[in-house]
Ligand binder design. Sequence first.
Ligand SMILES: [Zn+2]
Length: 366
Amino acid sequence: MADVCQKVTGQNEYTVDFDNDGYNIGRLATLEYQGRKTFISFSEVEIRSRNSSFQSFPSALSRYILDENQNKEICFYFHPDTTGNWETPYFIFMYRLMRTANVNFLNANEYLRSPITSFTSPEDIILHKDQMRSRNPGNRSTYLTRGPQNQLQIFGKTYGANKYETTILCLAISEIANTDVELYEIEEGGLTKLPQTSKDAIESLGVVHIFTSNRTIERIDFEENDSLRSVQYIYNLLEKLGDKKCALCECDIPQIIQGAHIWPVADIKRENHLTQDEKLNLALDGDNGLWLCNNHHKLLDSHIIKLFEDNTVKYKSSLNESQSNYLSEITTNNRLPENIVNESMSEYIVKRNRNIPVEEYADFIN
Ligand SMILES: [Zn+2]
């Protein structure tokens, strides 16, 4: 306490009031000095997993944001008894998000080898998150990408460690976003929403708009529309395929990449022997989809190009030379990438092709 007091105010004298009310309010101390209110969140003493290490901080940050006092700051203090590895790539990523959300680290120089720097743009965060995921593909969590209107989209899970990450990510993005931000809450572990304090804090900053996604909403959308604009489906594709990148040309401009069904929703709906639940599962299945750029999506859906069971893609033989040359030029992958194909995906291709009129298709020469 003396060290914290010294670091925040330069003073050595202080009085302490304990407040043991409430649950999980963030290992939080508030310090008031000369009209300024400083919130100090202490690290967990025992650092083990992603989950246990940040369970307090988001509520501290949310309480800070919602505090009416305008003369305020928030700090993070590594507890002197802290044990464990607090310097993993994931933790550093989280510290950087915290720094981006204007958190001051009081004693980071005693615990970390390099200073914590803010992220400078949403793309900076997307890049680092992607690098972290490629090092640890099992790290299924939140996703940040851009949608067709250039809006930032956060697909945030609502349970355990993921809900802390979602909250801090939203609060950090609020500081640096240059466009609208949409947060889609992804149902997880029976929870469909972030904690109310987190939501209040996120919404109070006025940048991130929160949308809830759950099975009921998905089912209504499925029943009413053939071109399913499903949040859960996009999430499943992000989880299976990673960041948006066209499977046929490697274009990775997220604004023009769409989730394309292999077995189309309209076809699935006509399978009368299936229950509504079974149909919805097929429509949301990550194996039943590809990232495709606008061009390749349209070309596929108009059957100008066609997928085959052996994972190759071919073009309609009736195209003229300039058309087929153009398609060869833009279709750099004439088969689906090895790392995304599996048996289930091949079955969807077979089902798709049952409903496509028989025509001649030719191999790409490249
Ligand atoms: Zn493409």
